[in-house]
Ligand binder design. Structure first.
Ligand SMILES: *Cc1c(COP(=O)(O)O)cnc(C)c1O
Length: 379
């Protein structure tokens, strides 16, 4: 089956009682046993649920993994993946990763004895020099947030193999429609399903997809033990969202390309960060590694914070809000929103400035989006 067909059909656990064409929601918290040895495969919803399992089968098939666990949020997926490691282990991560991931690493797991180095992941020498005897993991997020730096996944998994480290990739920004990290040697893929996989800004969720039996077993154990599994209702919504992933990503990308081209020409825009533009430093790598350029972009505007505020309060279609990956276009200001918990120093090191605006391009008509951003910048 081709990708779009898998989106619609894999894991769709139909109800044989009424021959429904879609997966029903089984909100039941518990399931009756036939006798002391026999269940119909489920006993308690924290540990397993038919609706959630349908989503898990679907997502594992889309990423090319052997198993998937759907979690309550993206952060729950990241927390679960961290349990593939233990205190004393050293993990190398990008210095411009998602703000919430940075906070979890720097302010929660560091206190518990995990060790982290935050390096520019586009610099393979920086990764190599960060390696210690304790390095057990490399955390990949590409393209990065909010500056859309593209990491060479195969090169990084090559380094990881040399040192016997496990690689985890956060594939939230592109979705498996545009990038499948396991094809480049990544061991574990996580998602915030809140974003493109669900795609309709009406659920928070996450997932961990594994490619090896030992990782699959550990993640399954940890998600149940921590109690971070996805609710049946939320799983059902994400499963519905995933069915249109392919066509939605195509529409998202059309808008993003049109907007990036307009911004690149606009006199008030200093710099556009979008791998789809030929002058982006990682354009060729993105072309090679990704199935498309995605629909996240950032840009620096002249005039600093005041100019940013003026533009962001004048857009009519782009809503000023956190998050991304929904059908509606959003604009965000990383300094006070997604990256507020990063220190000023850490932000500067990552290149996130007072002038940086991040855009999640929705699936509205590109002409409307371009016109709206134009009028907001011209105001
Ligand atoms: C949103 C996001 C997360 C966190 O997911 P939640 O569902 O908000 O918990 C992690 N990584 C990336 C890249 C994200 O965009």
């Amino acid at each position: 089956m081709q990708f779009e067909t898998r989106c619609v059909h894999v894991g769709v656990n139909k109800d044989s009682t009424y021959n429904s064409c879609i997966t029903p929601i089984y909100p039941s918290s518990t399931f009756q046993w036939d006798d002391l040895e026999t269940t119909k495969g489920f006993d308690y919803t924290r540990s397993g649920n038919p609706t959630r399992q349908a989503l898990e089968q679907n997502l594992a098939a889309l990423e090319g993994g052997i198993d998937c666990r759907a979690t309550a949020t993206g952060m729950a997926a990241i927390t679960s993946a961290l349990h593939l490691f233990k205190p004393g282990d050293h993990i190398i991560a990008g210095n411009d990763i998602y703000g919430g991931t940075y906070r979890l690493f720097a302010d929660v797991y560091s206190d518990m004895g995990y060790k982290f180095s935050f390096v520019p992941m586009t610099d393979l020498d920086a990764i190599r020099s960060a390696v210690t005897d304790e390095t057990k993991g490399i955390w990949i997020e590409t393209p990065s947030n909010p500056l859309l730096n593209v990491t060479d996944i195969s090169a990084v998994t090559g380094i990881a193999r040399e040192i016997g480290a496990t690689t985890v990739a956060d594939n939230t920004f592109l979705s498996p429609y545009l990038q499948r990290p396991m094809e480049h040697g990544v061991d574990v893929v996580i998602h915030s399903t809140t974003k493109y996989l669900n795609g309709h800004s009406d659920v928070v969720g996450g997932c961990v997809i594994t490619s090896q039996e030992d990782h699959a077993e550990r993640i399954s154990f940890v998600v149940n033990a921590l109690g971070v599994s996805c609710s049946p209702f939320d799983a059902w919504l994400v499963l519905r969202g995933v069915k249109t992933l392919g066509p939605r990503m195509e529409a998202h990308q059309r808008g993003a390309m049109a907007l990036a081209r307009m911004l690149a020409e606009h006199p008030r825009v200093e710099r556009v960060y979008f791998p789809g533009l030929p002058d982006h430093p990682h354009h060729e790598l993105a072309k090679r590694q990704q199935g498309g350029f995605g629909a996240m972009l950032s840009f620096d505007i002249q005039g600093g914070r005041e100019a940013v505020e003026r533009a962001l309060t004048r857009t009519k279609l782009f809503q000023l809000a956190e998050s991304l990956g929904g059908v509606e276009s959003l604009v965000a200001y990383p300094v006070v929103m997604s990256h507020a918990t990063m220190s000023e120093e850490a932000r500067q090191a990552a290149g996130i400035s007072e002038s940086t605006i991040r855009v999640s391009v929705g699936i509205e008509n590109p002409d409307d989006l371009v016109a709206d951003m134009h009028q907001a910048l011209d105001a």
